[in-house]
Design a protein around this ligand. Structure first.
Ligand SMILES: Nc1ncnc2c1ncn2[C@@H]1O[C@H](COP(=O)(O)OP(=O)(O)OP(=O)(O)O)[C@@H](O)[C@H]1O
Length: 263
């Protein structure tokens, strides 16, 4: 008994690391699914789990067997249901970790000011294009990805592979342009493709004025590491989608800050 109490109270460094890692994992998972449909799915699964325990402890054989069978395929169902979140999570810990490490080295070697100046040079054409498209009420969807997944984008896009420029972005989204329908995808400092058809979000909590353009921007940010800048054709309002969540009526100052952080 004494041994048990001693064991119970013994906390090793590994235990602390274990708890911290689990806390970090929960934080990341929470951040990934916060305000997305995945929360409802998770809640649904949690309710089924509670029901299973209740039914099992009340020895209700038939219902228990049915839920048991359902739970047996639970892992596969989880993988299918949470495929976008799992994909985003793995991209986050893989690609982002590498990029962040690089950023830190660049910061160390060349100083923060240089990074910010470099970033502004990359971001400025996008912000300038948005300013001009807001004025002319030109609808636009600009998607920025850290990791350009050829397979994901190649099938539904026209390849561009050009330097990011304000005039090119304006020309693409201009109403008479053959490429104006769909999204522009920017990655690795280039306009990689245009006229991309993206997956639409299933989120039913979005404002009613959000049509297909907004839904596509939010949808791609749910399934990939992308952020999307959306210029509304109707209102000229700028929205910013990231991880399935959307910020509406973003000012150009805010847009610069957001892109500086995410690009
Ligand atoms: N799956 C898709 N992927 C990328 N772009 C799309 C997709 N579906 C529609 N679009 C773009 O959205 C445009 C239609 O936008 P719609 O008016 O439905 O959107 P909205 O969100 O209401 O935006 P706006 O405020 O600009 O009207 C299409 O012309 C096309 O360019």
């Amino acid at each position: 008994m004494k041994g048990f109490e001693f064991d119970f109270l013994k906390i090793t460094i590994t235990d602390v690391v274990d708890v911290v890692l689990v806390a970090v994992l929960i934080y990341y998972v929470y951040n990934l699914i916060r305000n997305t449909l995945a929360v409802n799915l998770l809640l649904g699964m949690f309710i089924v789990l509670i029901l299973w325990f209740v039914v099992d402890s009340l020895k209700m054989e038939l219902l228990s067997t049915i839920i048991n069978k359902f739970m047996n395929v639970g892992i596969i169902a989880l993988l299918i249901i949470f495929q976008p979140e799992i994909r985003r999570f793995l991209l986050l810990i893989g690609k982002n970790a590498f990029l962040q490490k690089n950023k830190a080295w660049w910061g160390y070697l060349f100083g923060r000011k240089d990074i910010e100046r470099n970033n502004l040079a990359r971001i400025k054409p996008i912000i300038d294009a948005c300013k001009s498209m807001k004025k002319t009420r030109t609808g636009a969807l600009i998607v920025i990805v850290k990791f350009y997944d050829e397979q994901f984008f190649a099938n539904s896009c026209e390849a561009v592979n050009a330097r990011i420029s304000k005039r090119l972005l304006e020309a693409i989204f201009q109403k008479n342009s053959p490429l104006h329908d769909g999204a522009v995808v920017i990655s690795e400092n280039k306009i990689k493709s245009a006229s991309c058809i993206l997956p639409l979000t299933d989120n039913d909590q979005l404002p009613p004025q959000f049509g297909l353009r907004h839904r596509a921007g939010i949808g791609v940010s749910e399934t990939t590491d992308a952020v999307a800048v959306i210029v509304s054709e109707e209102t000229g309002e700028i929205s910013y989608a990231k991880q399935g969540r959307v910020r509406m009526n973003v000012s150009f100052g805010e847009l610069e800050k957001l892109l500086n952080k995410d690009f």
